[in-house]
Design a protein around this ligand. Structure first.
Ligand SMILES: Cc1ncc(COP(=O)(O)O)c(C=O)c1O
Ligand SMILES: [Zn+2]
Length: 407
């Protein structure tokens, strides 16, 4: 018996073979991987995990790959950092960051989903992979496709940050800038998948892609000493990551690796693109699509594919959601850098400022074990800091001039 039964519809449960398919023919619900947890329980132990190299494949029985992953890169197992300084400033002694700003190879958590998706695309026999991206995914698909020797087709909104464009171009994919926002790009890519034999990682093989995010949650639980956190704050775009982190904790509970999961899951968005947080705050079960307008480009998805499930995860876990202004995003980036020496991108600025907002609202327990999900690197979105940092003085190489400034 394999560890994966196939796919199944998240809504009506109809089973499907493991193929590049993502929508149920019966009810148009999204498909998900149907794991054979009975078999998985027999084949994975904590000891086995601990004996493996420190990367996301140490949990490979819980990823939708047959045998060994085709992408051999060492992705994941990023640091879980105890934020002593920020924790002190905020009165949160048990505050942590899961730092995927230093994930290998392209400095965001997207390397987890992409190495899973591209491994699967290779299993399915594709020679070309693609994506619709808000930036980080473009970087990751291009780099990992280059590593795997596949062709890549990458479509992005035309006005993306320079760091995200250059950090894609350098790997020489077929990069196409599209006039419009992410949702326009995604719509076009969905049409392309029906005409071309391309594995679009977040469209026709999305089912497999999404599960790569579970490793982010598995690692948090392992790195906390085999327990789930009490509170976790997650930035939301398409809303896949937030559902998969919670799923990962639940899987570890089911396998008996950690005690009962009581984690409250909190969603974070920028107010300029906040379909999910707005729905949660208004007590709605589903979101209303929005037209994004925020500097937090990497999470600017107005019509999130898994938005409904993100809301469900937040509500079922007893969590909440908040959003912050663009100025608060910048402030969040600066606060994290100044206190912890970690330079995150706009999505991380959102997470940090939402955490503080939830704390001020008394939605978070200040003493509980709390993990902020830092998912991307600040070097990619440097322009948002222009005009927001103190201008350094420039001097001639003379001691008097230094002494005049350095009081
Ligand atoms: C840095 C960063 N964080 C978080 C997210 C959110 O991920 P998801 O689309 O799974 O909600 C993204 C998605 O693009 C991202 O780039
Ligand atoms: Zn169905």
């Amino acid at each position: 018996m394999g560890l994966v039964n196939g796919l199944k519809c998240r809504e009506c449960g109809k089973p499907y073979k493991a193929e590049p398919k993502y929508v149920c023919e019966e009810c148009f619900g999204p498909l998900e991987v149907d794991y054979n947890y009975g078999e998985i329980k027999k084949s994975i132990t904590k000891e086995k995990i601990l004996s493996r190299p420190p990367n996301m494949w140490r949990y490979k029985e819980l990823l939708p790959i047959e045998g060994e992953p085709a992408v051999k890169l060492s992705v994941g197992y990023t640091p879980l950092v105890h934020c002593k300084n920020l924790g002190k400033a905020w009165g949160m002694p048990n505050l942590y960051i899961k730092n995927d700003a230093v994930n290998h190879p392209t400095l965001s958590f997207k390397d987890r989903v992409v190495s899973t998706a591209i491994s699967k695309a290779i299993e399915f026999g594709y020679d070309t992979v693609g994506c619709a991206s808000t930036g980080n995914l473009a970087n990751s698909v291009s780099a990992i496709a280059a590593h795997a020797g596949l062709k890549a087709v990458v479509l992005v909104p035309s006005d993306l940050e320079a760091g995200k464009i250059i950090g894609t171009q350098v790997y020489k994919p077929k990069l196409i800038k599209v006039f419009g926002n992410y949702d326009d790009v995604n719509r076009l890519c969905t049409e392309i998948t029906s005409k071309y034999n391309i594995a679009f990682v977040n469209i026709n093989i999305r089912v497999y892609y999404g599960d790569g995010s579970k490793s982010y949650g598995h690692e948090i639980a392992e790195q906390l000493g085999w327990k789930a956190p009490d509170q976790v704050i997650v930035p939301i775009a398409g809303s896949s990551l937030i559902t998969k982190i919670y799923r990962a904790f639940k899987e570890f509970e089911m396998l008996g690796f950690i005690p009962e999961v009581k984690t409250r899951v909190f969603g974070a968005q920028a107010t300029g693109c906040s379909p999910v947080t707005t729905a949660v705050k208004e007590g709605k079960k589903n979101f209303k699509p929005q037209k994004p307008n925020t500097i937090a480009r990497s999470i600017a998805i107005g019509n999130p594919a898994d938005g409904y499930y993100g809301i469900k995860t937040i509500n079922e876990s007893g969590g909440w959601a908040e959003d912050v202004s663009d100025q608060e995003v910048v402030d969040g980036i600066k606060i994290l850098a100044e206190h912890e020496g970690i330079f995150t991108e706009t999505a991380g600025g959102v997470t940090v400022s939402v955490t503080k907002k939830l704390l001020d609202q008394k939605r978070l327990d200040p003493n509980a074990v709390t993990v902020m999900c830092i998912t991307g690197n600040g070097l990619k979105t440097q322009e948002v800091l222009h005009g927001n940092l103190e201008e350094p003085p420039t001097i001639h190489p003379k001691l008097e001039e230094f002494q005049r400034i350095y009081k």
